[in-house]
Design a protein around this ligand. Structure first.
Ligand SMILES: [Zn+2]
Ligand SMILES: [Zn+2]
Length: 248
């Protein structure tokens, strides 16, 4: 994927040099991904579990995941995640477009024969929105997950339904800084579905998030979508972790 050059972009490059969407290293003006990443991005490939989408040696299905299938183009690893972390605080839309092109390709390759009716995204946690998203630089109400989901749907030509899924328990704590079992305990009853029009009944839903860690968040969202009538739930993330070791 190449960026188009305009006089404004050339001027911009002199002030803000171009960076790799993944590792954030400086790169030539027309590129979006550096050569090192193009050659070494940790692609998820090989003998994949049909459900969680990881290589079988990293399969995360043990916990009774409620979605039908999941897929991700890459494993979560340094330095390739730096661009995503930057995107989550700065919300640079061009990164979302690069990420989305890889996610859409993975959907086309992995979910062959699946017909998706529409997409929803994992909502941003309220505390994160308060801490990170609300600010003069980004503007209230803009969320990195929303930008990413919008870009994925634009690539696929699939409708994104906002607001169907939301956080239910305002006192629930963010998933950050929690270990494996705490994460599982933390998601029950966290999400709610607002579907007064019965839009979910009998449909196949694409669920979009940035990272598949334990799968508990995706699973809980899928459970709620299915409780409200969704037929099948397919998950796409940019990264998936190689199974976390349980901490005591
Ligand atoms: Zn790079
Ligand atoms: Zn699995």
């Amino acid at each position: 994927m190449e960026r188009k050059l305009t006089p404004l972009k050339i001027l911009g490059y002199l002030i803000y040099p171009n960076r790799c969407a993944f590792c954030d290293e400086l790169i030539p003006m027309t590129e979006t991904v550096c050569q090192r990443c193009r050659e070494n991005l940790p692609h998820v490939k090989g003998n994949l579990c049909r459900k969680c989408g990881c290589e079988r040696k990293y399969c995360k299905c043990g916990k009774g995941l409620e979605f039908n299938r999941a897929a991700a183009p890459f494993y979560y690893a340094e330095p390739y995640i730096r661009g995503l972390l930057k995107f989550k605080t700065n919300r640079e839309d061009w990164r979302a477009e690069v990420f989305a092109s890889y996610m859409a390709e993975t959907i086309r390759e992995n979910f062959t024969g699946v017909s998706i009716d529409f997409a929803v995204r994992v909502p941003d946690h309220k505390s994160r929105i308060d801490d990170k998203i609300r600010g003069p630089r980004i503007g209230y109400g803009k969320s990195p997950n929303g930008t990413l989901a919008k870009a994925v749907c634009a690539e696929l030509g699939v409708e994104l339904k906002n607001g169907l899924l939301r956080y239910h328990d305002e006192n629930s704590q963010s998933q950050r800084n929690r270990n494996y079992s705490e994460r599982h305990a933390n998601v029950f009853g966290v999400f709610d579905v607002d579907d007064e029009g019965g839009e979910l009944f009998g449909v196949n839903v694409l669920l979009i998030d940035d990272v598949f860690t334990t799968g508990s968040t995706l699973s809980e969202c899928a459970k709620m979508l299915k409780l409200h009538g969704a037929n099948e739930v397919y998950c796409i993330t940019l990264f998936t972790t190689k199974q976390e070791k349980r901490k005591k």
